[in-house]
Design a protein around this ligand. Structure first.
Ligand SMILES: [Zn+2]
Length: 324
């Protein structure tokens, strides 16, 4: 007999990860599927419904035990209405996904920004259990942030809080996906760091990843990690610069909010935490005011992609008052 559970779905740009999860047993089933980005809204929702159905079949689950389907959306959301404001990587805009998906499956649908869900997962089921004021930062393609303030997810006045990736860090700096220039993520995300390395290589510097770039491969965090390990000076220098910026921004946020924990996650941290964390901490301590950082811990998340999956449990408890 299974316990009450939720189905959490992390909606990536090209793939969705769906899991059956509860607070006692953790993740009990997992399905990863490629989604078609050119699909219509209806077709996309049908693909999500198929993931839900596949998960239930896989674990032979009593449907009554599934209390909610929680969607982690890479974009702006209104969790009370179930409307996605804009999710650029999914090509979705002003879309009541809750309504359309609830018409296809017999469960309540809840939605939340994927980074906020990650913060909820870390706070309730990860390294942040004891923290009261926590910032979760995910460094990868972009840089996302989710705040737990006084033990609760801080969503802001219109659910837009936590967009630390778009804090201005370099006036007239590199162009950001949001349209502005010099945003934090346009300077220090993996994408930004790789762009700088490409320019270095084009201007004649030697790097191990030149071969990959020539082949037209996407440079993943793992490739950067192996370049760092092999002593690649260009890659090391650019990552170090990125860490200096990250540490400085985290110090500014700590000066503002007097946090007690910062948890770092995302592809780049997962691949390079041993290299990046000391550099980030060094820059952090150079920029933070001592009183604001008293007792503050900077740690790596150990949940990986699963943080947002676990966050679904907390979301269901918050919105539906169920224990799962
Ligand atoms: Zn931006």
């Amino acid at each position: 007999m299974h316990r009450n559970s939720v189905i959490s779905i992390d909606m990536g740009g090209t793939k969705v990860l769906g899991c059956v999860v509860n607070s006692k047993e953790g993740i009990i089933a997992r399905v990863k599927k490629t989604t078609d980005r050119t699909a219509s809204k209806k077709e996309y929702v049908n693909q999500l419904a198929a993931v839900v159905n596949e998960l239930i079949e896989e674990v032979n689950f009593d449907k009554k035990k599934i209390k909610a389907v929680c969607l982690g959306v890479p974009g702006t959301v209104n969790p009370t209405t179930g409307v996605i404001g804009i999710a650029p990587n999914l090509g979705l805009k002003n879309f009541n996904i809750k309504k359309m998906l609830e018409a296809e499956i017999p469960f309540p649908v809840l939605i939340e920004n994927d980074v906020n869900l990650g913060a909820l997962g870390i706070k309730n089921f990860g390294v942040g259990k004891k923290a009261t004021n926590l910032l979760a930062v995910f460094v990868g393609t972009g840089i996302g942030g989710g705040f737990i303030i006084d033990g609760k997810l801080y969503r802001g006045s219109s659910f837009g809080a936590g967009e630390i990736g778009h804090m201005l860090v370099e006036k007239n700096g590199p162009k950001c996906g949001c349209g502005n220039k010099g945003c934090f993520e346009a300077v220090a995300s993996r994408t930004a760091i790789v762009n700088k390395i490409i320019k270095d290589i084009e201007s004649g510097e030697k790097s191990k990843i030149a071969k990959l770039i020539k082949k037209g491969d996407r440079i993943k965090s793992k490739s950067l990690a192996s370049a760092v390990k092999s002593g690649d000076k260009v890659v090391q220098r650019r990552i170090k610069e990125g860490c200096e910026v990250i540490g400085g921004v985290l110090a500014s946020i700590t000066n503002l909010l007097n946090l007690d924990m910062i948890v770092l996650g995302g592809g780049m941290i997962e691949a390079l935490d041993n290299y990046m964390l000391p550099l980030i901490k060094k820059s952090f301590s150079e920029h933070v005011m001592n009183d604001s950082a008293k007792g503050l811990k900077i740690v790596a998340s150990k949940l990986g992609d699963d943080s947002a999956i676990f966050g679904g449990i907390a979301l269901a408890e918050e919105f539906l008052g169920v224990r799962v």
